[in-house]
Design a protein around this ligand. Sequence first.
Ligand code: PMP
Length: 392
Amino acid sequence: MRDFAAEIEQRKRDGLYRQRRLISGAQQPELTADGKPLLSFCSNDYLGLANDAGNIEALRNALPRTGLGGAASHLVCGHHQAHHQLEQRLAEFTQRSSALFFSTGYMANMGVISALVGRGDTVFCDRLNHASIVDGCLLSRARLRRYPHGDVAALEAMLAGTDGHKLVVTDGVFSMDGDVAPLRALARICRRHDALLVVDDAHGMGVSGPQGRGSVLEAGLSEADVPVLIGTLGKAVGTSGAFAAGPQWLTEYLVQKARTYIYTTAMPPALALATCHSLDTIEAADDRRDHLRSLVERFRSGARAAGYCVMDSSTPIQPLLVGQSHAALALSRALEEQGFLVTAIRPPTVPQGQARLRVTLSAAHTLADVDQLLDALVRIGGDVPDHAEASA
Ligand code: PMP
């Protein structure tokens, strides 16, 4: 038998050991992690809705009407009126013809990609796409071609030399870098080469675009340009689950073919109703988005002035590029000693030599919270000599 324990020890020596923190209480910037009070800058709760009183009340009110459990898969007897209501609300929110509610974004990506392509087809995937997209591509058994990050010219050359069914898939906002995919150019070349474009807007949903409707609408693109939109509900929306939205044929086809939709228990229906409530809040949350933008600007200019290597991102994902895994861990630990929770992200989640601190901002933070983090980064700067090596 393989020596699994030795592999774990090796990971520890390489600075790659993954450890979970035990959180108690609600998800909000002031967290208790492993019994210690910390100010968190690492959740994806970009609008501060994970602990929103209105959403919690919507869930509490729904429970007596729907009960708790999903009880069966959608195709057996689990498809509840509440799920149907959420799907209609999601279609309206994203300005699309229809939407299908999945249990998680991971399952949505796996199910959608493996349903839409198969053996003999080709799928083109940005090098920095999320792991669930890559796994969906692998599960599909289509030929997988990865194009350099955001490189539309390289992608076009690949598309031009490929016959058969083609699918292009990209994150809308890249989860570990925070930059936005060149969506307009991608839509143009997909049309030119008759390729189906799939955008996973897990990190744009709620934050980008008019009334938080996402990166695709921010880019001025419609369902005709980007036929398949995937979004998650566990990040800015503050609840749980995910969806695929697009033309009527898409949702009908996915109900026939997407195995991660078909063979799983439906999500608790009350959660779908709480999510509808959250979408109402998001539409009216320009104040939260404005505040978030001011936090992003404050953090970027402060971190840059303190000598850190900020990345090219205008979204709430504001990574500090460090370089080596050990150095990223050291910076994360030094911040923790000062009372901040910011996770170090290391290979294989990011490329070798590009370990980083993934700082994320939330509308639930105050400007004073950001200033405190910046002060700590300034204090630590001198003690963690490698922190700026990536910019050198
Ligand atoms: N897509 C992207 C781009 C993500 O960042 C994530 C989660 N980190 C997912 C999909 C998976 O979504 P979920 O957490 O709902 O499974």
